[in-house]
Design a protein around this ligand. Sequence first.
Ligand code: GLC
Length: 551
Amino acid sequence: MMRPWWHAAAIYQVYPRSFRDGNGDGLGDLRGVEEKLPYLKALGIDAIWLSPFYPSPQHDSGYDVADPRDVDPMYGTLADAQAMIDSAHAAGIKVIVDVVPNHASVEHRWFREALVSAPGSAARARFHFRDGRGDNGEQPPTNWMSMFGGSAWTRITEPDGSPGQWYLHIFDSSQPDFNWSNPEVRDDWLTTLTFWLDRGVDGFRVDVALGLAKDMTYPEIENPEGLVQALRLDLDNDSDEVKAMRAKVTNSAIFDRDELQEIYRGWREVMNRYPGDRMAVAEAWVTPERAAMYVGGDTLHQIFNFEFLSIPFDASRICAVVQRTLEELAVVKAPATWALSNHDTPRVVSRLVAPGFDEESARTAARSLALIGHCLPGSIYVYQGEELGLADAPIPDAARQDPVWFRTNGEQLGRDAARVPLPWSGTIPPYGFSDSSDVTTWLPQPDGWAEFTAIAEAGDPHSTLAQYREMLRLRHELPAFADLENTAIEQVMPGVVRVTRGSDFTCLVNCTNQHIRVAASGRMLVASHADVTADGGSLTLPPAAGAWLLS
Ligand code: GLC
């Protein structure tokens, strides 16, 4: 039997507002996605995952959804979405859409209805409304904190003008959390899933998949700030302090609760009714031990691997995380996922910049991490622009848009730097992102991106784009990649990672800052730096560089 496509797919994350502007208004849209399908096909990906394009007041770049079964006019129409899905399928590309079941937007019709309904009404019961504490209900019901900073509760004004109840929002105040113990909420989400499945989508990326179930009887959280921080901590950090904090996330009032399993079983049942191996990938920042609840036989299909996504360029950590991921998931029987960045993290190049390790070195290291990620069994996720080797862009404070920046009063810069519109061609902004040259893009593009445009890199055999195209082509062609249980990873000498697949494929990556020569036989297939050379019996690797070999 053929294995399902998502067991070993290359999935490209499209962040629609920054991918390609098809109508000249400075914002990316669905027409822009459709227009660039040939580029994605040539890149060699199997599927695209689109961040939300639903109607939204855009307080959190579309992750505040007013109607999950429609398209925001800024991105196009439902007909445009259908055309994009159909064209992708015609090109042999699967389509994954992002669903945001933890919360709505304040503009969702249900939330508007809740605001004008009485406390205790059915309309309020679709969200988490509570009376405040204190003599006049002037204090939030609990001490829970928002992931974006500040209290997780906001007080409303009742229809009669008096100060009223509070509603829960684990993210921005514009994102009220749904009450998942309410059957109406559960049913409505099944309707949303079938709505998109009927339109042919091949899968879902489940936003904040660890958050839906809540225990609303919890009065207080012992260390609310710590809980929120623990989720953002380096999952590969084994210190006792971090482990203790993380242990508190599991079955806490708001995260990673056992009841989620039942919710996702219901989702799986719906997906199983459709032909063509529909799938769902969970965004859940949990330890590998907890991953089993989200994926496996009767729940979702994949879970993001946040340990790998935050990995330092360190040979022993890379070997440990890859090893652990493969072992844990083998138990659950879910294929692994690998990603180097997404729209919530710094771009991998910028993440790896360190004292004495400038952006150019970091770019080589990022490309070497890609050599590792792309040769591992499972699915590889590529965040748009990663294939161009983009770094984070400088954003003037006045141009920032992320609610994280506003809710932390500028203490955290937020995620805008990794979300800047892509450079496609030309030498000055908008670099072909938009056809009209006097457009103002929603985030400013930097000077100096001329060498990183898709067109410029397509003409350079040593570019990041050339490396990605070659890796993705080989992923589909090398027989060694067909077997998902033939991987070994180790440090072949201090600071040098070696991954093998079967008996003929080798990936070598130099995580040191020295030139090294390492014994390796075979033909070099692709490298992360122009100066890598193979001379039959050995491979010479500049600092941070690596290569794939076939013997
Ligand atoms: C997820 C999304 C992020 C969003 C948050 C709230 O973490 O990836 O972009 O801000 O959920 O929806």
